[in-house]
Design a protein around this ligand. Structure first.
Ligand code: PLP
Length: 240
């Protein structure tokens, strides 16, 4: 077994805590990357700011963080337009489920979408990207644990869905995203996702959260989504 990462330490969301937590997470991920012969720069750290206010995001920006993740379109709309205007190189990632009737807003606001998970959404996104003349790179979310309540493409349908998105609809597909089942060892899910990406010639792997980002980097994550370890605990009703 490997040492437990320090990335699950709590903080109280003060500017000093956020900056220190960011430094700690970056150091842990950098070390994990180097340990498997990867360049730390090959891993994009997404600071998941859902439920935290714009002040917390600004603190992270001041500490050099540029990639942020939100799971709800409306919440992101209330926080990020002003921040994006002030920081043109801010990169905003949608990591939560996207309703088909919000694709217009999502394409307008987000720079990367991690939750492409059904044919209807793929068609809507292709339409909307064409209409707005904006290409938004996407990850296909895979339900690696085949959980009934969880979003994502069933592993058995990944080949067909990838062909639909990438080849037929010409969506800019970066790779795959997963959220392993709570209470299961995540590493096998990460390894499986990597195998899927290799099989389909895709490079992007969005996997790893506060508790398992180090494992994810060891297993090839190109994008890790870390909230709690950077911004502190969220109210329990907003955990997912
Ligand atoms: C909230 C969320 C995260 C961040 O989770 P933490 O455990 O706080 O790091 C990552 N990915 C997704 C899809 C999320 O909804």
């Amino acid at each position: 077994m490997t040492a437990k990462p320090k990335t699950s330490e709590r903080n109280d969301n003060t500017p000093r805590d956020i900056a220190a937590a960011l430094a700690r997470v970056r150091a842990d991920l950098g070390k994990a990357a180097k340990a498997v012969g990867r360049a730390p720069g090959d891993v994009t750290l997404i600071a998941v700011s859902k439920t935290h206010d714009a002040t917390a995001v600004e603190t992270a920006l001041a500490a050099g963080q540029r990639d942020f993740g939100e799971n709800r379109v409306q919440e992101a709309q209330s926080k990020f337009p002003a921040l994006k205007a002030a920081y043109p190189n801010l990169v905003l990632h949608l990591i939560g489920p996207l309703q088909s009737n919000k694709t217009k807003e999502a394409v307008a606001l987000f720079d990367v979408i991690h939750s492409l998970d059904r044919p209807k959404l793929a068609e809507k996104l292709a339409e909307e990207m064409a209409r707005q003349n904006k290409s938004v790179p996407c990850f296909i979310q895979v339900n690696t644990g085949r959980e009934a309540q969880k979003a994502g493409i069933d592993p058995a349908d990944v080949a067909g869905f990838t062909a639909l998105c990438r080849d037929r609809l010409k969506l800019p597909v970066l790779g795959y995203m997963c959220i392993p089942p709570a209470g299961e060892v995540p590493a096998p899910h990460f390894a499986f996702l990597r195998e899927l990406a290799q099989r389909h010639g895709l490079k992007g792997l969005s996997m790893g959260m506060s508790g398992d980002a180090v494992d994810a980097v060891r297993l090839g994550a190109t994008h890790v989504r870390v909230g709690t370890a950077i911004f502190g605990a969220r109210p329990t009703f907003a955990q997912s």
